[in-house]
Design a protein around this ligand. Structure first.
Ligand code: N2P
Length: 377
């Protein structure tokens, strides 16, 4: 791939981005021409750095307000091109060989660990990302990436069950999905995430096992439970589950809290719950791939730093209804949002939530068993 380069003073642009400067900061209206030396050389490390004028952003679907791209391009001249994936495993498979063409990816916590271990991620240059200090203290020290060496926490949320509250009662147990009465209204009108670790986490938590088990007998039991539930499942889907619920085609869906909250805008009967046995809590992260050019890395760091601005962090949560790791963004968020227990689970719910963790070699067992579930008749 060949890219036109913009030569920008990284320092000046970062300062302007950090200060929330208005749109005409020089990048956007130069049509790709190099602006004159803006004098920020010394602080930028002794001269101008070349910055790509385009970055490829590989993200989950409906996870960012497209208006953010316009604001960023107006301020910097850098265009962000988005593509989507529907699971960590799908994203990982696409970048594992290198040369994917993507610059920024958005893995969840456990997948960050896997990617660091496999050498797939570039270290962030914190000098280019002063807004990292806007992150809340715990988000500056997440266990899978202490000190934000590789990634910037993007949003966090939970996995539970969405349902149509006008048509059915609240499913208080995962039994609603795994042992449904074939005469129930939601039988055949239920979706599950098309996601090996998430689907197994639901089955394992219902069976009372560790959601990160590597015990093959337990995994086999979880697989059989998923197969047993299959006749009641209309589809395995991580992209449309929210729309299917809003349209009334499905009545119940295994899925992510924010997506259900967005679906509520279309159908006020959409509700969300964490069953009594518990569910998953996760943190998604924006990270730069190790195989990007220095020009694209500089542009990607500018974009991540931009996302960390308090106003842009608030725009993210206002769009996708997920909790923000950005403490500074909270001042720009509606108190009603910050008090919403679906977004910020109260302590008694939180105590029932578990993180998916990397399981090493056993990752392929989960994948194989999931393939067996999906191909079973
Ligand atoms: C956004 C999907 C959330 C990502 N539509 C789950 N990790």
């Amino acid at each position: 791939m060949k890219f036109r380069l913009l030569v920008l003073s990284v320092f000046l642009t970062l300062v302007l981005v950090a200060c929330g400067a208005p749109a005409n900061t020089g990048g956007g209206d130069t049509g790709g021409a190099a602006p004159a030396d803006t004098g920020g050389g010394e602080a930028a490390g002794g001269g101008q750095a070349a910055v790509a004028d385009e970055i490829q952003f590989f993200n989950w679907s409906e996870y960012i307000d497209p208006a953010i791209y316009d604001l960023f391009e107006q301020e910097t001249g850098i265009r962000v091109i988005e593509s989507n994936f529907a699971s960590n495993e799908e994203m990982l498979a696409k970048v594992q060989g290198g040369g994917s063409g993507y610059d920024i990816v958005v893995p969840s916590d456990y997948t960050v660990s896997i990617m660091i271990e496999e050498g797939l991620l570039a270290e962030l240059d914190h000098a280019n990302m002063p807004n990292l200090s806007n992150l809340s203290e715990d988000m500056q020290n997440v266990p899978y990436d202490p000190g934000n060496k590789y990634c910037m926490p993007y949003q966090w949320g939970t996995t539970g069950i969405g349902y149509n509250s006008a048509e059915i009662d609240e499913p208080t147990s995962w039994a609603a999905i795994f042992e449904p009465d074939p005469n129930s209204a939601w039988y055949g009108r239920t979706t599950m995430l098309d996601d090996p670790r998430e689907a197994f986490a639901a089955a394992l938590v219902y069976l009372g096992y560790d959601i990160n088990t590597t015990d093959e007998a337990q995994l086999e039991e979880a697989k059989n439970l998923l197969i047993q539930a299959k006749p009641g499942i209309m589809s395995y889907d991580s992209d449309q589950f929210d729309d299917l619920l809003a349209s009334g085609e499905s009545l119940m869906a295994h899925g992510w809290n924010g997506d259900f909250l967005v679906a509520q805008e279309d159908n006020e009967d959409v509700a969300y719950t964490i069953p009594q046995e518990g569910g998953v809590i996760w943190i998604d992260n924006a990270c730069i791939l190790a195989d990007v050019t220095p020009e694209r890395k500089a542009a990607a760091e500018m974009f991540l730093n931009f996302l960390l601005r308090p106003d842009i962090g608030a725009m993210l949560s206002e769009f996708n209804y997920y909790a923000s790791p950005n403490a500074a963004a909270e001042e720009n968020l509606d108190p009603e949002f910050l008090d919403d227990p679906t977004v910020y689970p109260p302590a008694e719910v939180r105590s029932k939530l578990q993180y998916i963790r990397p399981v090493g070699e056993a990752e392929s067992i989960y994948q194989r068993l999931w393939d067996e579930v999906k191909s079973s008749q």
